[in-house]
Design a protein around this ligand. Structure first.
Ligand code: PGA
Length: 255
């Protein structure tokens, strides 16, 4: 159960850091995190910083992630990036369906599902984001929203593949607002997501899927989330940008 799932701390850099800035970050953290065990570390960088990070993180225990991927193999999709273009740079994780992509780039549940399938087909681990907005929370719809999003994202995904998916529960009202969910509330929602996966597949499979919390996580509050039995790490935006802060988050999870 909880003890057998390795927590995963993923930084979501969003539209921050050039290649040069990413290089500086990597140089600052890689040595400090050498030998840190019991936690999987990921940085999800802008596409243009991937090459610099592939080079500066080579041989380290920090894995590379991207923040979006197109579902097609290749084609006339101006401005988009295909899964194998990410693999070329050693990318292993990719955030799919982040609420900012859903809100500003019209990403639908159907697109999220296609992206999840494409990522898995190419050996990339999708970090699938689900979460309710404030109005939905206030209307008591949190469980039904995350359940609907999780079911849609996983449609057609085989049982043996689903254990390789990471889900991030990110209440939209908590992202970048400094207003995090309480750890207990987040744990209940994550429990509901796991229950949904158990209904779709089986309990054993559901117990293997890692489900993170995201939304205003920082070194000062991460311990509370990690102490929850259902929560397997965090997807962190703002607090993942400074090397000292990222190192603290990872160290908290490795304890
Ligand atoms: P935040 O962002 O940590 O800055 O709230 C989280 C996210 O958007 O993944």
């Amino acid at each position: 159960m909880a003890q057998t799932r390795t927590p995963i701390i993923a930084g979501n850099w969003k539209m921050y850091k050039t290649g040069a800035e990413a290089r500086e970050f990597a140089a600052a953290v890689r040595q400090q995190l050498q030998g840190v065990a019991g936690v999987e570390m990921v940085v999800c960088a802008p596409f243009t910083a991937l090459a610099a990070l592939q080079e500066t993180l080579a041989g380290s225990n920090i894995a590379l992630g991207a923040q979006n991927v197109h579902f097609a193999e290749e084609g006339a999709y101006t401005g988009e990036i295909a899964p194998r273009m990410l693999s070329e740079f050693g990318v292993r994780f990719v955030i799919v369906g982040h609420s900012e992509r859903r809100a500003y780039f019209n990403e639908t549940d159907a697109m999220v599902n296609k992206k999840v399938q494409a990522a898995l087909q190419h050996g990339l681990v999708p970090i699938v984001c689900v979460g309710e907005d404030l109005a939905e929370r206030e209307a008591g719809q949190t469980f039904s929203i995350v359940e609907m999003q999780a079911r849609a994202a996983l449609a057609g995904v085989e049982a043996e593949q689903v254990a390789g998916v990471v889900i991030a529960y990110e209440p939209i009202w908590a992202i970048g607002t400094g207003k995090s969910s309480t750890a207990e509330d987040a744990n209940e929602v994550v429990r509901h997501i796991r229950k949904t996966i158990a209904e779709l597949y089986d309990q054993e499979t559901a117990n293997r899927v890692r489900i993170q919390y995201g939304g205003s996580v920082k070194p000062e509050n991460i311990e509370e989330f990690l102490a929850q039995p259902e929560i397997d790490g965090a997807l962190v935006g703002g607090a993942s940008l400074a090397p000292e802060s990222y190192v603290k988050l990872v160290r908290a999870a490795s304890r």
